[in-house]
Design a protein around this ligand. Structure first.
Ligand SMILES: NC(=O)C1=CN([C@@H]2O[C@H](COP(=O)(O)OP(=O)(O)OC[C@H]3O[C@@H](n4cnc5c(N)ncnc54)[C@H](O)[C@@H]3O)[C@@H](O)[C@H]2O)[C@@H](O)CC1
Ligand SMILES: Nc1ncnc2c1ncn2[C@@H]1O[C@H](COP(=O)(O)OP(=O)(O)OP(=O)(O)O)[C@@H](O)[C@H]1O
Length: 391
């Protein structure tokens, strides 16, 4: 197998791109304009995962965070935080009910909740119960089809999208893609970031008929071996040949690779950009960290897509919206940014909590880390000035 021709995006370029598309906090935008996120997950067994994901989205700067979950997961998640909007609309069908019909009806309810949202995360705590998988699979297929249809309808017109145009798929939602590898194949499919861990990656590669042993070289000194990057590109391209799907493989170094059809005779500059995140975390590897990553990625992807749509009021009344300094794919930047801040938050939480570090401490470190990495710019005088009116 030929070695994979890719170019690694520089950290500075990734950082600057995120700096440009992070929603400005200048008092000129209204609630929801900095990102409306939903998490579809949360089952009888797993209620922490969607909580971590939804809260991480808020801590990364999204305005509104919804959790759409199983009816038995709703009450505990509501008790964890008053900040989340929790919709426990999934319930197991009764014995006398047609299971497929019940799943379709519940997927209808979910679709209604997704109207006007920017990014949907599917997977945290979803579990493998056939009914949860069926509802989530139905929603995934419909979001993908709606996004494609809306994009086609708005070609040459100004029609506005009504559902999420970005997806983050994790954990048991990756099974949905393994079961239906064509679900995201459209040229205008939602921009999607898949975030498999090592197990999920093996399953996904197998479903896409990509051999992880091909070209493997145990002596490859790179943080992410060339053969792995090649396989990531092959899987992402199998899922979508138009560059709409990115895979973020989590591990000692995180690799983010876009899919696209390789071009014959492409110059090195035209090679697909990949992002590698080796930011120092800590040795602590507690459950829930992947869930935090999904929420961060969703918030950043929402910001990127809103920036692209020109949705933000510029920082100052007379200024224009900042331009992206580099032409890196937006999901690549969002995914790298999420890896970077979650690793930094892990390290920061570990400084205090050491062996007791858990996902909640990492969540609490996210805000300070965001401020360290992308400080909120000095607000203009029109919003900082305090005037006391004397009557
Ligand atoms: N508090 C919560 O509610 C949490 C719920 N979670 C949910 O739990 C469900 C199942 O997650 P699991 O963590 O069991 O499934 P995984 O597929 O992540 O792990 C299954 C097994 O593989 C092992 N494993 C994990 N990462 C590995 C790696 N890099 N290399 C080698 N082996 C590895 C694990 O030790 C485990 O025994 C998902 O729905 C997930 O969303 C998790 O996200 C953790 C937190
Ligand atoms: N060996 C490692 N060293 C350093 N960081 C790691 C390592 N493995 C994973 N990470 C980081 O932890 C984060 C979550 O990855 P992880 O593999 O734990 O996901 P997960 O198994 O899906 O998590 P969850 O417990 O939420 O289901 C990623 O951002 C990754 O950067």
């Amino acid at each position: 197998m030929a070695s994979f021709q890719s170019r690694t995006a520089s950290t500075t370029h990734l950082w600057r791109s995120i700096d440009a598309f992070l929603p400005p906090l200048n008092g000129r935008n209204h609630k929801g304009q900095s990102g409306r996120i939903a998490i579809l997950g949360g089952s009888e067994d797993y209620t922490g995962a969607p909580f971590y994901s939804a809260m991480a989205a808020l801590r990364t700067g999204a305005d509104l965070s919804h959790v759409i979950c199983h009816e038995k997961a709703g009450p505990p998640i509501k008790c964890y935080s008053p900040e989340l909007m929790v919709h426990p609309v999934i319930r197991f069908p009764r014995a006398d009910e047609d299971a497929a019909r019940a799943a379709r009806q519940q997927a209808d309810q979910v679709m209604d909740l997704l109207t006007h949202l920017h990014v949907l995360v599917i997977g945290p705590g979803l579990g493998q119960h056939p009914h949860m998988q069926r509802v989530a699979g139905d929603v995934l297929a419909r979001v993908a089809a709606d996004c494609q249809a809306q994009a086609e309808a708005s070609d040459g017109a100004t029609a506005r999208p009504t559902g999420p145009r970005g997806l983050v798929l994790d954990a048991d939602a990756i099974r949905l893609v393994c079961d239906a590898p064509d679900v995201l194949a459209g040229p205008r499919a939602p921009r999607t970031i898949l975030t498999p861990n090592a197990n999920e990656w093996r399953r996904l590669a197998q479903a896409c008929d990509v051999d992880l042993q091909a070209g493997a070289d145990a002596a490859d000194p790179a943080p992410v071996p060339s053969a792995t990057l090649h396989a990531l590109h092959a899987v992402a391209s199998r899922l979508n040949a138009h560059g709409r799907v990115h895979i973020l493989l989590k591990g000692r170094a995180d690799a983010i690779v876009p899919g696209a059809a390789p071009q014959d005779g492409a110059t090195p500059e035209a090679a697909p950009p990949v992002a590698i995140c080796t930011t120092q975390g800590s040795g602590r590897r507690c459950g829930g960290q992947g869930d935090l990553l999904t929420g961060c990625a969703a918030a950043l992807l929402a910001g990127a897509q809103l920036w692209e749509a020109g949705a933000f009021q510029p920082p100052h009344a007379a200024s224009a919206q900042p331009q992206l300094p580099h032409t890196l794919p937006l999901p690549l930047c969002a995914a790298w940014g999420a890896c970077h801040v979650v690793r930094l938050a892990n390290a920061r939480a570990f400084e205090t909590h050491r062996r007791a570090t858990s996902a909640v401490e990492i969540l609490n470190a996210l805000g300070p880390v965001m401020e360290d990495v992308w400080p909120v710019e000095q607000a203009p005088s029109e919003v900082t000035g305090v005037r006391v009116a004397r009557i």
